[in-house]
Design a protein. Sequence first.
Length: 257
Amino acid sequence: MKKALIFLTILTVLILAAVGCNQQRGDVVYIERVIDGDTVETAAGDSIRLLGVDTPEIDWENNQSEFYAEEARKFTIENLTGENVILEFDQEKEDHYGRTLAYLIHDGENFNQKLLENGYASLMIVEPNDYYEAEFKQAVKKARASRLGIWSQVLELERDLPVISFQEAASFIGERVIVAGKIVNTAAADSINYLNFSDNYQDTLSLVIFNHNLNKFDYQPAEYILNKKIKVLGKIELYQGSPQIIVDDPHDILIID
C-alpha cells in the first residue's frame, strides 16, 4: 500500500509538471506571406499572430507606418517568407479575430524573442499566454538599453519635433513634442500610473500610463523611472486644467540615466 501511494504521488507530480510546461508543439507550417512584423500567413491561408510581441503598425489604407514598422516587416519577410516553422502554443490558441496565436520556432530559435532582441518589437504579454514572459522581458531590457530599433525613436524624432521642458508644456497644448526632464514624483493607482516632473504635480505636466498598458513594459514605471532623467514623446493635452501626456507605448520614453 505504501509503495502504491508513493507511486501515485510521483505520478501526480509528473502530470502536474507536464501540465505546467508549455510544450504544446503544433504542426510544421510553411510561411507564404508576411502582413507586418508580427502577423504572417501560411500556405494554407491561416493567419498567425505572434505571441508576446507587438511590432509598430502599418496603416495600409492610408499608406502610413509607425516608426520602424517597415523595418520590422522587412526583418520578418527576410527571415520567414518561404520557410517552414514550428508552431508552439500557449494557453489560448486563437484571438477574437480568428487568428492563430503562437510562438514561431525557426532554425531552433524562438523568432518572437528574436524580434524583441533586435528592437523590432515591444513586449505584449496578454494573459494567460505568458509562458515566456521572463525571457521576453530580459530580451526587451537589453534592446532598450542598447537603443536598438524602436528604442531609438525619441532620438530620431527629436530632429524634427520641439524638445521642451515640463515648464513650457502649457504653451504646446495639442502639439506633439518631446519633453526632457527628471521624474521626481510618481504614484501608482488602481488603474493609472502617474509620472511627474515636479512635486507640484497638480499644476504642472504629468505623464499618464494606464494600467491596461503595463503589459507592454519590462519594468514598473512608477518605481523604475522615479528619480531618472528622461525624454518622452507625446501629444500634450489638458486634463482638469493641467497639461498631461498619455503614454501608450514604452518606446515613447527614452531613459537617459
